[in-house]
Write a protein that binds this ligand. Structure first.
Ligand code: PEP
Length: 242
């Protein structure tokens, strides 16, 4: 399996900044093979980024979508529209959507089902909060997120990408140790019983990507902050390439 390196820009980069970031990135990774590189800009930049990368190795993803295909849902985005803009991937259940926007496992399950139906590959995020970690509930929380999120689609889990993102490590500069991350990845792998790619996310940067990617059950990384600078994201993409 090719390592997957995904960059989630969150609510950063206007169209002009997005163009310049992705153009620079393309130059820095143009010789890289054997990596699946996924760029996940804000909705408003998707058409611009799509136009620049269509003929390259870079793939396009969106940060969220609604669970219906169209209709009276003011302010929401249909996965079908995202596909028309060239998106192949969509992030579902990011912790910022769970914890800031109040998304439940039930909503996440509906979105995962719709993405499967319409042919978008979900990057399905799970992970425990700091408090849950301190209470020793990491496996219990992830188990619940997996069973409720995947209800009715357990047999299709190989069509998704999983991302383990401990909430306490997102945007905090704190990274799970490679051993901590690997342990949770092993747990998720055993729980899924299918060959699904599992990414690690949470303050991944050029300085820690090599040691994280050296872990057996880490198939790639989902990068937030460090994907906003072309040099740092390119360095992450190029891990272990001399
Ligand atoms: C993320 O938002 O998915 C993420 C992992 O962010 P950061 O790399 O900034 O911690």
């Amino acid at each position: 399996m090719e390592p997957i390196i995904a960059g989630n820009w969150k609510m950063n980069k206007d169209p002009a900044e997005s163009r310049s970031l992705v153009q620079k990135l393309l130059e820095l990774v143009s010789d890289v093979k054997e990596r699946a590189i996924i760029i996940i800009p804000p909705f408003t930049s998707l058409p611009y980024v799509s136009e620049i990368i269509w003929n390259s190795r870079l793939r396009l993803g969106a940060q969220n979508m609604h669970w219906t295909r169209q209709g009276a849902f003011t302010g929401e985005i249909s996965g079908l529209f995202l596909k028309q803009l060239g998106c192949e991937y969509v992030v579902i259940g990011h912790s910022e959507r769970r914890h800031i926007m109040g998304e439940t496992d039930e909503v996440i399950n509906k979105k995962l089902k719709t993405a499967l139906e319409i042919g978008l590959i979900s990057i399905f995020c799970v992970g425990e909060t700091e408090q849950e970690k301190q209470n020793g509930q990491t496996e219990e929380v992830i188990s619940r997120q997996l069973s409720q999120g995947l209800q009715g689609i357990e047999n299709e889990v190989h069509k998704l990408i999983l991302a383990y993102e401990p909430v306490w490590a997102i945007g905090t500069g704190k990274t799970a140790t490679p051993e901590q991350a690997a342990q949770v990845h092993r747990f998720i792998r055993a729980r899924l019983k299918k060959n699904t790619a599992i990414l690690y996310g949470g303050s991944v940067k050029p300085e820690n990507v090599d040691v994280l990617m050296a872990q057996q059950d880490i198939d790639g990384v989902l990068v937030g902050g460090a994907s906003l600078k072309p040099e740092s994201f390119a360095r992450i993409v190029r891990f272990s390439i001399p």
